[in-house]
Design a binder for this molecule. Sequence first.
Ligand code: PEP
Ligand code: MN
Length: 270
Amino acid sequence: MYKLAGREYKTESSVFEIAERKIGGENFSVIAGPCSVESESQILSIAESVKNSGAAFLRGGVFKPRTSPYDFEGLGLDGLEILKLARAKTGLPIVTEIVSEAHLDIFAEQVDIIQVGARNMQNFALLRQIGGLGKPVLLKRGLSSTIDELLMSAEYIMTGGAEQVILCERGIRTFEPSTRYTLDLSAVPVIREKSHLPVFVDPSHAAGYAHLVEPLALAAAACGADGLLIEVHNCPEDALCDGAQAITPEVFSSLMRRVERVREAVAYKE
Ligand code: PEP
Ligand code: MN
């Protein structure tokens, strides 16, 4: 059924090398940064601190899909220039979300991992075109999508020609209102059974509240995730997007140390 993403097609877990960093297999990687790029000083300060804490990639949105058309939609291509500057200063490869076919070429040229957000997980025409770029992709699970639908979307990207697709569980919509979404941690072992692709967890969007991010991150590490996507902001109360779920660089640093201890304790092996 999953001709390219399935375990039947490839029994060994995939290990990708992206910008000289390994993802999947025995490796655990953390992608961190603010929800959106807001200014040069904001990104440079966050990039330095997450790097010092052990993050492998810097992520910041420059095109933000917002529920309300009156909210901040990102700095656009000016934001991408700022991200590139942060990459040049810190050496951290950059991850950012694509929302339009108009930006395929520029993303192909300038971005290390192209993020497909939850809202575009089933934008099939976009998925095929992204696949055609042959670049690494971080594919987030749709707000109300099943695991099989997520894997089929990976299949769309891979039929286009790309091989390096990272899947990301980011919470699904349920009847529970205490959290922004419900983190479906069972997706991690279920995906591992069905697919050879690496699976990441984004506890930030699932939780919606900063104080819940760390416990969910630890649980994700314990159940075998290949990595995390964490929103970090130097001043969460002033963030232009998703401030309530952003953790500070200090909390991120302690989270990273505790995640490492969980990984040592569970010692997953292929
Ligand atoms: C994001 O990563 O900032 C984001 C918008 O996430 P999602 O697509 O999972 O809602
Ligand atoms: Mn966000």
